[in-house]
Design a protein around this ligand. Structure first.
Ligand code: HSE
Length: 420
């Protein structure tokens, strides 16, 4: 059995979770992973009242952790710039690095991997995407014989938790507070609800499966803050639910990257994954469509991913980082993509309002699949729900502008529909 000497940088929720689980589950780790973990040093700027480490050196300067006799530095400080410096320092000192930090991998992955290669060590980051749900190793190892054409899924547990609860009648704000209390949300929850967390994760998966760079070029990202409870009711009546979906897809010679809310068929696999669960669909040439789901946030799930990286380091000697390629993968222009749309319009309840709305769509040659006038909101305003035929994204904002120019229109909200 191998023993790995590790140094942990950071002493927050994830690090203390790792410490406790590495101690409590050591017998299973030895038995199943053939690994003994020795925690030599912890870099902690301050003590954490939730966990008192025993027989471990404490370094107040996290940059000193790599000066100790360790095989692996586990980076759990979060953030981008300091984490990058710390990781590069460890690699240059020929220490392997395990990190749960998606932001640093997303923003500096290519530079970090190159530095690891140069120094003959590894950087593993399983828990940076979907915590312990093993999507990274699935892509880089188990599916390595496959050509992957598409990855799509709910990659942000907090957004899935909020949307599932809203579907069941809860309010946005109270559900977000619950996600923060449970430790699912990021320290700054705007990363979750504005879509950046999911964008980081799909950027990393796309780099592994489709060869896009880290950081990738800019792509379309939208969060869940504009979704209202009433949208679930109308979506449901038409056979859909609402999810926050991140997509990476090979499209001829380009790659489509996007992360935004969608209406998705209620009977689809992803639609039925509720709460904090992450769900991913991977389309491959040899295995067909593969599904993976699991907890994508929280102390235990993240510790599971980190320990799997340690087990991997201890038991493999082969390089398995993504192959460096000189060919630059081009991202598709989002404005050239085509979607069907859900439009929610609040309009004055006056004769001719429907005709003026439909003429806006007709002027752009956009067909309408369904148009339904719902029960009045109050004396003056009526909601109108429209499902359009597919049209090019570049007409989307113009259509909204033209609708908003109508005197009879109070507000317009749209959600893209994801095709099976
Ligand atoms: N805040 C993240 C989520 C945690 O909600 O999915 C794991 O990255």
């Amino acid at each position: 059995m191998s023993t790995l000497k590790i140094g942990i940088c950071g002493w927050g929720n994830v690090a203390t979770g790792l410490y406790k689980i590495a101690k409590n589950n050591i017998e299973s780790i030895k038995k199943q992973g053939n690994l003994d973990i020795e925690i030599v040093v912890i870099g902690a700027r301050r003590d954490n009242p939730n966990c008192k480490p025993e027989n471990v050196i404490i370094e107040r300067d996290i940059f000193n952790v790599v000066n100790h006799d360790i095989d692996v530095m586990v980076e759990l400080i979060g953030g981008v710039d300091v984490a990058k410096d710390l990781i590069l320092k460890a690699l240059k000192k020929k220490k392997h690095v395990v990190t749960a930090n998606k932001a640093v991998i997303y923003n500096h992955g290519d530079e970090i991997f190159a530095c690891a290669k140069e120094n003959g060590v590894k950087v593993l980051f399983e828990s940076s995407v979907c915590a312990g749900t093993p999507i990274i190793k699935l892509l880089t190892e188990e599916l390595s014989a496959n050509k992957i054409s598409k990855i799509s899924g709910m990659l942000n547990g907090t957004s899935n938790f909020i949307l599932s609860n809203m579907e069941d009648g809860a309010e946005f704000q109270s559900t977000l507070e619950l996600a923060q209390k449970e430790g699912y949300a990021e320290p700054d929850p705007s990363f979750d609800i504005e879509g950046m967390d999911a964008a980081h994760k799909i950027g990393i998966l796309s780099s592994l499966a489709l060869g896009t760079s880290l950081p990738p070029d800019d792509f379309y990202v939208q969060g869940i803050t504009n979704i209202k409870k009433i949208d679930f009711k109308y979506a449901d009546e038409m056979g859909y639910t609402i999810k926050h979906l991140a997509v990476a897809e090979q499209n001829s010679k380009e790659v489509v990257l996007r992360a935004h809310p969608v209406l998705i068929a209620k009977d689809s696999y992803l639609a039925n994954l509720k709460s904090v669960r992450n769900g991913i669909e991977v389309e491959t040439d040899l295995l067909g469509t593969l599904h993976l789901a699991g907890s994508g946030a929280g102390q235990e799930s993240t510790a599971s991913g980190i320990i799997s990286d340690l087990v991997h380091l201890a038991n493999s000697s082969e390089e398995h980082l993504k192959a460096a390629s000189n060919e630059k993968v081009i991202l598709s222009e989002f404005l050239n993509l085509t979607f069907q749309y859900y439009f929610y319009i609040e309009a004055e309840d006056i004769p001719g309002v429907m005709a003026s709305i439909t003429s806006v769509f007709a002027d752009k040659s956009v067909g309408l699949e369904t148009i339904v006038q719902k029960e009045n909101l109050d004396e003056n305003f009526v909601p109108i729900v429209i499902i359009t035929d597919p049209f090019k994204e570049q007409d989307h904002s113009n259509l909204i502008e033209n609708l908003e120019k109508l005197d009879s229109i109070k507000s317009v909200r749209t959600i893209r529909i994801e095709q099976d």
